[in-house]
Design a protein around this ligand. Structure first.
Ligand SMILES: [Fe+2]
Length: 385
């Protein structure tokens, strides 16, 4: 068996746990807390119980609520400035993947004094960071348990910081926070989580390990059984809890056995056309899996019935693999998601540049079960268009 490392933060999973934030994390955050979130959650009052818990315990809370979708490096630096002026001793990230990603980098830069331009890439962040607690309000990115922060630099270049130092101390999962998510976001983030599990399970990473594979399969069972319920009835707290748990498990799986070509090909779609991350993934998902099938059919066959139990009846590896890819494609359309790149503003003339841009994601492409060249990427985009 290959040697491997598996890293994960402490997890708290309970309804209404956000309202007990301070009690759950004890004195970890110190007495001055930078609370990183977005203006929508702030306006809707979804942060109030968590902030109230910090207030009641006597902590001074500096609220930074300017995180946008596809957060920019400018936003990170503004959060750091606010935190530095307030002399904060700990950071809470509260929201979707964007807020959590900004909180991770803010905790790092505030704690270490590092320059943001010195930390991009894998393993370049040195730390130490400030104490960090992450509270997700969507079930998909898994950012609350991953050592990765994705930030937009300049107009539309996505850069990542990947370092165990930005794993949080504690992730707090409160299913009630996700009850108000609209169906489109529930669907897109849920499919993103399924992609995390699939790509982690099949990752070529040298650190692909039995814990990640076990978590990926458990995640697919929870996500496959509950995604339609959660989209159809957002108030179904059982389904919401299962989605939040599934996305966290998938997050741990890919935090330690990283994702591959679905994500690499999704980034140019999201970055250039401002398509939400989960939708970008679902648009290329069946086409990348079909491309990978010659190398990975046996792996897809192993996990197919976890997500879609009826596939257990299929007689062969090949038919299980085909049924899995078809089931994923029809799931996206049943969930009401766009299924073609042309439907989200991508023109045929853009595909060549997107293929070129996808090649920049070597950090991810090296994990793909089948090598992807620029002309392969173009063929996949054409199929998805
Ligand atoms: Fe993702």
């Amino acid at each position: 068996m290959n040697p491997f490392q598996f890293r994960a933060p402490t997890i708290v999973f309970a309804n209404k746990s956000a309202a007990q934030l301070y009690d759950l994390v004890g004195g970890l955050l110190g007495d001055k807390v930078l609370f990183v979130t977005d203006s929508g959650l702030r306006r809707l009052g979804i942060c109030d119980a968590a902030i109230g818990s910090l207030d009641r315990a006597g902590a001074k809370v500096e609220i930074f609520s300017d995180v946008e979708a596809d957060p920019s490096s400018r936003t990170v630096l503004r959060a750091v400035d606010d935190g530095r002026s307030a002399g904060v001793t700990g950071v809470v990230g509260f929201g979707g993947g964007s807020s959590l990603d900004v909180a991770k980098l803010a905790a790092l830069l505030l704690g270490s004094g590092e320059d943001i331009d010195g930390v991009w890439g894998v393993g370049n962040a040195k730390g130490p960071r400030l104490p960090l607690v992450l509270v997700p309000t969507t079930a998909g990115t898994g950012s609350e348990v991953t050592p990765v922060s994705i930030i937009t630099v300049g107009e539309d270049e996505k850069r990542g910081v990947s370092s165990p130092i930005i794993l949080p101390d504690i992730a707090i999962l409160d299913p009630e926070l996700t009850v108000g998510l609209p169906p489109a976001i529930t669907a897109a983030t849920g499919v993103d989580a399924m992609v995390h599990a699939i790509e982690a399970y099949t990752s070529k990473s040298g650190n692909n390990n039995p814990i990640s594979r076990t978590l990926a399969r458990e995640a697919l069972k929870l996500l496959g059984a509950n995604i339609e319920r959660a989209v159809l009835d957002g108030a179904d707290l059982e389904a919401r809890g299962a989605m939040l748990l599934g996305s966290m498990l998938a997050g741990q799986a890919f935090a330690n056995s990283p994702v591959a070509a679905v994500h690499a090909l999704a980034y140019p779609v999201g970055g250039t056309f401002h398509v939400p991350h989960g939708l970008s993934n679902s648009l290329v998902l069946p086409h990348v899996l079909r491309f990978n099938a010659p190398e990975a059919a046996h792996l897809y066959a192993e996990i197919a019935a976890d997500a879609f139990p009826e596939i257990a009846e299929e007689p062969s590896v090949q038919s299980k693999c085909v049924a899995f890819i078809e089931a994923l494609a029809s799931l996206s359309s049943r969930l009401g998601m766009s299924t073609k790149l042309r439907d989200v503003g991508v023109g045929e003339r853009h595909l060549a540049q997107m293929a070129k841009d996808a090649m920049k994601q070597q950090r991810l492409l090296v994990n793909n079960p089948r090598p992807v060249t620029e002309s392969d990427a173009l063929a996949i985009y054409r199929a998805a268009w």
